[in-house]
Each structure stands twice: as structure tokens, then as C-alpha cells.
Design a protein around this ligand. Sequence first.
Ligand code: CA
Length: 220
Amino acid sequence: MRVLLVEDDMMVGNALEQGLRDAAYAVDWTRDGESALTALATHEYGLVVLDLGLPSADGLSVLRRLRASGDATPVLIVTARDAVASRIAGLDLGADDYLVKPFAFAELLARLRALTRRSGGTAQAVLGNGPLTLDPATRVARFGATEARLTPREFALLQALLLRPGTVLSRERLEEDIYGWGEEVESNTVEYMIHSLRRKLGADAIRNVRGSGWYVDAPP
Ligand code: CA
């Protein structure tokens, strides 16, 4: 899943970018509000982690303009402990959740998982279409009686497919969910990971439409 990280503090930003990448997110990091709005207008993100105190356009005005444009991407805002009024304003402007700095990184990940499942219209922690399931907290996938723990990139790929069951996703579309800015795209990664997922879970777990892409079956 592709995440837009908006944070002007270099130390915090570096730590969050690395942590999110380690947790299998594709991360684009912008350091000011205007760049964030440009990124949001040109890429499709699954989540936004938004600091409120930012140069050029502050976090609240980013949020206001994002929602005014009809963009419903889930947004988690991060604020200073004393910024109660900003947090309230952020939630009222359409933020979905918030964290107060400093926060435990594990809590950020749990909140992002919660936002992802709510934006997918479900309260279930485990993604799935029936026979095929994926637990985002543990990266364990099951297909029928077969169970496997996935690598971060295998997880990112299967999650992208399971969030849009029945929809054929192209290689380019899947790469968007796997690679953030500055990460070198290796040409056969998607094909290689599909192969690896099928070997771990069974060939029928992921369907291929020749020349178009891949999909997982929609729930019965
Ligand atoms: Ca800041």
C-alpha cells in the first residue's frame, strides 16, 4: 500500500519513512504542504500520515483542500501534545484519526491498519474473499488449508489484490503499491512475487488475465 508521509522534521520523517518501509508500505515523503497537495493530485494513496505544523501550506489547509477536492483518502494526523484545538479542527475537517507526538511506532501501524479496514468498509481485522485470507498484523496468508507467512513485498502485493477483489490490476498498478519514491523498480519483481505467492499458497489463489494483470476472486 502506498502511503504519503507529510513531515517537515527530518529526524522524525526519516524514522517514519524507514519504519513504514520495513512494515511493507511504499512511502512517498514530502516535507511541506504544497508538495503534499501536488503528490495527492498525481498519485493514488491508500493512506496519508499528516503532520500539522508544516511550511508553505500547513496540515489543516492541506486537509481542507484535499477534502474540498472530493478526495476521501484516509488521513491520520500527528500533532504536538498541547495542540488540542488543532486536533479538533483536523478531525472536523475530515481527518480520520490522530496521534500525539511522541508516539509508539507500533501504535501508528495499528492505527493505519484500522484505517485501512474501515476505508475498505469492513470491521474485520483479516482481509479475505472466503478461501483466501490475509492478516495484516502478522502477514500470515491462508488459502484453503495452506498457510504461509509472507515477506513484506509479497504481503504488499497480496494486500493490493485483496483490497480490490475481482478487479484486474496491471503490473504498473501493483508497482505503485510496492515502490515509493526513490526506490529502484526491478523489472520482474511483480511477476516474481506472483510466482512466489502461488508457490506458497497454491496456483489458484491468484488469477492471471494474460496481457492485463492479476486478480483474486471476489467473495462468493
Ligand atoms: Ca512539523
